[in-house]
Design a protein around this ligand. Sequence first.
Ligand code: PRX
Length: 634
Amino acid sequence: METFDSLTYEKEVYKPSKETVKNSYVDNYDRLYEYSIKENEKFWDEIAKQLNWFKHYDKVLDASDPPFYKWFTGGKTNIVYNALDRHVTTFRKNKLALIWEGEDGCERVYTYFSLYKEVNKFANVLKSFGVKKGDTVTIYLPNIPEIAISMLACAKIGAIHSVVYAGFSAFALRDRISDAQSKLLITADGAYRGGKVIELKKIADEALTRTPIVQTVIVVKRTGKDVAIDTSRDFYYDELMKLPIANAYLKTEEMDSEDPLFILYTSGTTGKPKGILHVHGGYSVGTYITSKYVFNINDNDTYWCAADPGWITGHSYIIYGPLINGATTVMVEGSPYYPYPDRWWKIVEKHGVNIFYTSPTAIRGIMRFGENWPNRHNLSSLKILGSVGEPINPEVWRWYHKHIGKERCPIMDTWWQTESGMFLITPVPSLPLKPGSCGKPFFGIDADIFDESGKSVEAGKGGYLVIKKPWPAMMRTIYKDEDRYKKTYFSKFNDVYLAGDAAKRDKDGYFYVMGRIDDVIKVSGYRLGTAEIESAIITHEAVAESAVIGKPHDIKGNSIKAFVVLKPNIEKSDTLMDDIRSNVGKTLGPIAKPDEIEFVDSLPKTRSGKIMRRVLKARDIGIDEGDISTIEED
Ligand code: PRX
């Protein structure tokens, strides 16, 4: 695999076609970018005015208490007002809002009007259970339409949704329910993935044995298989939706711009996941304009983001961003390789997908099977491609460009985070592209690369990726942990946002993100904390201590390697290794299982007892350990 240092960046440039530039919302990046920075608030005001407000805001940005920024204050809105309500009174009423394909081949479609009614019905159901503005609802659902309906229904009545990815285990779900204090949980009987059934309800039941806070569980029938039902607590979604209470009309709750919309848990450097909090106003504005300008979504486009709604990519770019734009959004359940590795290209052909957005891991996985699989399908509908979640290697970029985009489609390599809510650094279709680069900052985003002392580094030098101005869709805090919010993101460089990534910039101003600088690993695009995995490993009775590192991996970007110290008198064996791995699967989720375990007698530590993961990593991949006496001293 090519490394960053061997990049031919600066030289290899892909210019947009005249047609692409002509059809772009933004035909001159530089001009608009300059304006958006110089006249930052005016720029965001002009964008925000393109949305509907119950009451127009008084102020664009309130920066009186940094880093707790407020946007569009005094305004009244609701993301659902813009994502659904405003479309059903226009020509979009009968336009397809959502196309869904199940792994078993079934298909469901919703027009804007039918989705609007479905959301209203479910919002009425939630209300009937006493859910009200400001309450949290945990959603543990697979990639099925009901996840979108549930999220929108919560938002509609002002409840805060907290979606937990359906690949997480019972313990992880329990922790997230407890932190959010949700009284209601929405789940499904099961989910399909790679031809297998994942028994979600069973996992949810296990989580709930230790979280008495949940009083109601709503169960969506996905597999139709029998599951245990506690009649005092559990209700089937489809039965509730038939009751008179599930009225198809409901007025959307008028929310303050700064009222919370959702919490989404993500991994940080400690074992405790962070509840990233987003709000109605700024998040609506940010997801709206980034979807529009980056994917150039038009009314006749079919747009497909192949992520899972359980992650931020799904929240912002399967559901909210596309719907606010009135687009047709595609959702697909299951694996890209099942039953065959051309599943995705079959779907592109079937629905005439115009914009396709996925992760480098998925592309690398698909590349393994060769180009014959995509070549079997007519992919001529595609106009724009996207990539997200981790750096895309130039060779993978070129393959994607050639074999999927047929050298016609620009690739939008979008860099952003759960915390940012929206794209921060990304090309727009009219910008020339460089493989391996995520382009330039989005409009209004003041990105820079700092050295240790907080000075901007020169072109070609690596440093800390930072954002110097607030932006509307930024998280507002870490749920119930304002100190951690301040400390994690705004303390190193005094009120400048520290993203947690290392990056370089070339002399043309193109950014290259090199990876995390903290104890976070991106594995197949999933974000995991080393401390979180270590905590899961030591729940095994044979383990005394553990340290986890990420190792470069050809398909997954990074793989997980765990160093494990066993308790005295425990014998090392392959069976024990397997047992520790599957215990991590049970404790945290299958995505967190270590690929490799090495039993060691001790772990390198600082004088104060902190594990020196960097030393382990250096030793493991055979690079210089550097001056370890100063590393990670605390
Ligand atoms: O390291 C960066 C990487 O993913 C991290 C954020 O992860 P998460 O909050 O799970 O959000 C993923 C989807 C937005 C970042 O700190 N990352 C994300 N996009 C890119 C990327 N790294 C390189 N290039 C990208 N396009």
